[in-house]
Design a protein around this ligand. Sequence first.
Ligand SMILES: Cc1cc2nc3c(=O)[nH]c(=O)nc-3n(C[C@H](O)[C@H](O)[C@H](O)COP(=O)(O)OP(=O)(O)OC[C@H]3O[C@@H](n4cnc5c(N)ncnc54)[C@H](O)[C@@H]3O)c2cc1C
Length: 316
Amino acid sequence: MTITQTARPFVLCEAEVVLAQRLSPSFVRVHLAAPELAEFGTVGPSYDQRIKLVFPHEGGPLPVLGEGQDWYAEWLALPEAERGHMRTYTVRDVLGSGPDTRVVVDLVTHGTDGHGEAGPGSRWAASATVGSRVLLLGPRKGVVYGGIEFAAPEDSELLLVGDETAVPAIAAVLAQLPVDAAGAAFLEVPLGMDVQSLVHPPRVEVTWLPREGRPVGSLLHEAVLGHLGAGAAPVEVPEAEVEVGLWETPTYSSSGDSLDEHTTSVGHDLADLYAWIAGESRVVTGLRRALVRDLGLDRRQVAFMGYWREGVSMGA
Ligand SMILES: Cc1cc2nc3c(=O)[nH]c(=O)nc-3n(C[C@H](O)[C@H](O)[C@H](O)COP(=O)(O)OP(=O)(O)OC[C@H]3O[C@@H](n4cnc5c(N)ncnc54)[C@H](O)[C@@H]3O)c2cc1C
């Protein structure tokens, strides 16, 4: 399928895997190529730029979309068997230029080793080879597209926190920070073998937390609270209070919290802190409560994002 890009303020195209690498037991990296990706790009740094990938139903073709602006309505109107599965991923890197542009995406292969649940995204990743195809929706050069949440004020003390799904975003942010940036990053991954070598400014300390079979998020809370000098037991979040699509940033609140909500810090000097936290929704909710409710971090200094939810498929 070829999609003409002329009218659209974004890039939507069928992309082909030109390189598939098993990085470690939990990660596969794909390099995606398509002539239309010559127009792929952000206005300014891409940081945690998100994109949509549509995977085909197992063994089936990719959905065929027209050239209109309202691709989403068109996609939703397709019969379920032809629609495929849309999921959100992060631009880990962009290589090359022009028709040789490659969009690099790191996908977690959860549930494909017999442990936990798999999904269309993780299954596609685990079996991706040169020639595998997906639909890719992302930013077009020179057009403001959105989908970048990292927005640290200059000179802030950074706190980047995530599980494996946020490793690509944190890695991309770290690689694009100014050399004098300072702070800490905590990355929880399933296994010690999933630890990667990352490019980062020397004053940002990177700590990997391999779970090795422990529940997701179980190492993050202690590590983050310890870093802030506020040792505390994990905040238990009842199932009914977990918001699947938790999204709390300085400009948007999925829970409807007032964006002007401001509490006073209780005994911890958090005035210069900027926190970017993403991962499993219950884990991120617990961290949000600890940082905003208990420690009084100003919610204008945080981005808390539920990237996935245990037991829930993120199908659109
Ligand atoms: C802004 C944003 C950026 C993201 N960037 C990336 C990225 O770069 N790389 C990446 O791999 N993911 C990323 N994610 C997360 C990814 O979209 C979800 O993990 C998604 O659920 C994967 O789809 P799936 O088809 O594999 O599983 P789904 O069909 O959504 O879910 C099927 C089952 O798998 C479980 N599941 C989903 N994800 C995981 C997981 N990581 N570990 C264990 N179980 C899981 C679900 O709980 C469910 O039970 C991002 C999400 C967002 C919102």
